[in-house]
Design a protein around this ligand. Structure first.
Ligand SMILES: NC(=O)c1ccc[n+]([C@@H]2O[C@H](COP(=O)([O-])OP(=O)(O)OC[C@H]3O[C@@H](n4cnc5c(N)ncnc54)[C@H](OP(=O)(O)O)[C@@H]3O)[C@@H](O)[C@H]2O)c1
Length: 289
């Protein structure tokens, strides 16, 4: 099976490595060619060139603007897709853009699946992602070998916007969890309970989960670099949720608080940190260094 990966950032590069190790015939493109160095893949000079020669095209791009430009605009991925190829968009984008992509592909007689992924680059590299895939059943079936290579489980949904809605709500929950972990550890520390003990109790009792355990450890250890998921991308995802709340008349006051803290982190020059670094702002506000 021939697969193209377009966008070799933290996630795209890790997924490409996994697919290459699994024997997929791989071609890749990235705006900055340096990200393709050392990859066992055919490196193409344009997104359209990579997209035109494969069965499944995976896009992994930062945000709505990048996806719009590479797929519908100057990158011309949609124009280049072969008639029987499927485009699987793994980026975290708005439900509105997912709907538009599905429509534009359908108008050209091409198949589009929104397939946002849950999990960090290390999970991608070891095939432990969760894939939330929305599209028509035939297109989903054609992508299955690819999803099974990069992920441990795929949740299938009937259309593209629902898949992106699912991704946005999961990241909204995660952002809230980061904020609360920051607040809980600040409270523990100022009260004289070591954050490591607090984490042990949280994760060993009712709140144990990969998110509390994994992010909790990162926060307690102050290990925010290198960023697996960078702060500006975290803020982008939070804003996708806030925008949906606005459109659907769902007040999201907790999200507003997290947005303020992420914005304060950017203003404080912490933009290069992992998004869990927003807890530095929580600590600062609590008078902790
Ligand atoms: N990291 C995670 O833990 C994680 C987990 C799940 C989902 N995601 C989602 O996956 C997507 C990629 O995330 P990431 O962490 O890999 O981000 P990243 O490391 O910042 O990479 C972003 C990618 O987008 C490309 N890009 C940005 N703007 C572009 C433009 N205008 N035209 C062409 N290419 C452009 C970048 O190219 P250059 O190299 O040239 O800058 C790079 O390949 C995002 O939607 C993110 O929300 C990330």
């Amino acid at each position: 099976m021939r697969v193209s990966v377009i966008g070799l950032g933290n996630m795209g590069r890790a997924m490409a490595e996994r697919l290459s190790a699994h024997g997929f015939e791989l071609s890749v493109w990235n705006r900055s060619p340096v990200r393709a160095e050392g990859l066992a893949a055919a490196v193409r000079g344009s997104a359209a060139e990579a997209a035109g020669e494969c069965d499944v095209v995976l896009t992994s791009l930062a945000n709505d603007d990048a996806v719009r430009d590479v797929v519908l605009g100057s990158g011309a991925v949609l124009e280049a897709l072969a008639p029987d190829a499927v485009h699987a968009g793994t980026s975290t984008i708005s439900t509105g853009l997912a709907r538009e992509l599905a429509e534009r592909h359908a108008e050209r007689g091409r198949a589009y699946v929104s397939a946002p992924v849950l999990g960090r680059p290390d999970a991608a590299a070891s095939g432990q992602l969760y894939v939330v895939a929305g599209g028509d059943a035939r297109a989903l079936a054609r992508c299955r070998p690819v999803f099974e290579s990069i992920g441990q489980r795929t949740f299938e949904l009937p259309d593209a916007p629902q898949a992106n809605l699912a991704k946005v709500i999961v990241n909204f929950q995660l952002a809230g969890t980061l904020e609360l972990l920051g607040e809980v550890f600040a409270l523990a520390e100022k009260g004289g309970l070591a954050p490591t003990r607090a984490l042990e109790i949280l994760s060993g009792t009712l709140l144990g989960s990969p998110a509390v355990e994994g992010y909790g450890r990162r926060i307690v250890e102050g290990r925010f670099e290198p960023a697996g998921f960078a702060m500006p991308l975290g803020l982008k995802d939070l804003r996708l949720a806030l925008r949906l709340g606005d459109e659907l008349n769902v007040p999201l006051p907790a999200g507003e608080v997290v947005q303020d803290h992420m914005q304060a982190a950017l203003a404080a020059g912490l933009g290069q940190l992992d998004w869990s670094g927003l807890t530095r702002i929580v600590r600062r506000d609590a008078g902790l260094t």
